[in-house]
Design a protein around this ligand. Structure first.
Ligand code: UTP
Length: 297
């Protein structure tokens, strides 16, 4: 099997939960402390050895493209001021990876966004990372998923055990155990099920290792929940070992994850990530403690 080098990051959703902030900017560009969410995701892909990045973009492509490009005037100004630390932070973004863009056209769902990667990906397996789903760099999930893909030659999804009251927000997996406590075989998937119809509390989160056969499956996947072409529906078919592609396995993630596509979770993510930083954490936590006390909570 050839080593996976390509990562696809869909960032063409309308981000309606964040309007009006996302009117002229994709939600993946919302700052999380001092970097846009998508930069964390690109850094995660690069740390796992995937430095060929394809972003699926919508009408607000420019903000994304500009962020990963050189900005000569800014670099010159920082250089003239001798502000090397800031200069380095600006320059390193444009050297992170080889970043490509393709337009989705109409946002017809995550499955449709992924299908737009077909030409760029070709006949190789590839990773998909959702730009509003952050995985803490201290809890490497993608590397573990790539290892599982190499060992099983199968589609790999990431699963998180969630509170049953939350499962309606995710794709839910029906699973069977394997001899590895951190890996399950996925036998079925349901997109955003009601609590009483969920096959388990295992929620599919935004990291996938897909095989190129998924493109044929996506092509024949009709619109599903919400009238959108759902990646979950295509993965459901892959779970049936379509054309001997090895089925679908789930790596159970027990680390730290931050959802930046939801307002409350976004605020929590900013606080947690800032709280962990040496330059911001001590002051932030001291202030938070006082604030919470002042609210009588
Ligand atoms: P979400 O459902 O979280 O994104 O899709 P959304 O539709 O933009 O969000 P809300 O609910 O309106 O606030 C998950 C991921 O898939 C991408 C999104 O950008 C996000 O990263 N996506 C979704 C696409 O690229 N294209 C689509 O048609 C739909």
């Amino acid at each position: 099997m050839t080593r996976i080098t390509k990562a696809v990051i869909p960032a063409a959703g309308l981000g309606t939960r964040f309007l009006p902030a996302t009117k002229a900017m994709p939600k993946e560009m919302l700052p999380v402390v001092d970097k846009p969410a998508i930069q964390y995701v690109v850094e995660e892909a690069v740390a796992a050895g995937l430095d060929d990045i394809l972003m699926i973009v919508g009408r607000n492509k420019n903000a994304l493209a500009n962020h990963f490009d050189r900005v000569t005037e800014l670099e010159e100004t920082l250089e003239a001021k001798g502000d090397d630390a800031k200069l380095q932070r600006v320059v390193e973004v444009s050297h992170l990876a080889d970043v490509h863009f393709v337009r989705q056209g109409d946002p017809r769902g995550l499955g449709h966004a992924v299908s737009r990667a077909r030409k760029h990906v070709g006949r190789e397996s590839f990773a998909v990372l959702l730009g509003d789903d952050l995985i803490d760099a201290r809890d490497p999930l993608l590397t573990r998923m790539l290892d599982e893909h190499a060992a099983r030659d199968a589609t790999i999804v990431a699963l998180l055990e969630v509170d049953p009251d939350q499962i309606h927000l995710y794709g839910a997996a029906e699973v069977e155990p394997t001899d590895d406590p951190d890996v399950v075989r996925v036998t079925g998937l349901v997109e955003k099920p009601a609590k009483e119809h969920a096959p388990s509390n295992y929620a599919v989160i935004g990291r996938y290792i897909l095989k190129p056969e998924v493109f044929d499956v996506l092509e024949r996947t009709p619109p599903g929940k919400g009238g959108e072409i759902q990646l979950t529906d295509a993965l459901m078919e892959m779970a049936g070992d379509v054309e001997g592609t090895g089925g679908v396995y789930g790596v159970v993630f027990r680390g730290r994850r931050y959802d930046t596509g939801d307002k409350l979770d976004y605020i929590k993510a900013v606080i947690q990530l800032a709280g962990d930083r040496d330059d911001l954490g001590p002051d932030l936590i001291a202030w938070l403690a006082g604030y919470v006390a002042s609210r009588g909570a």
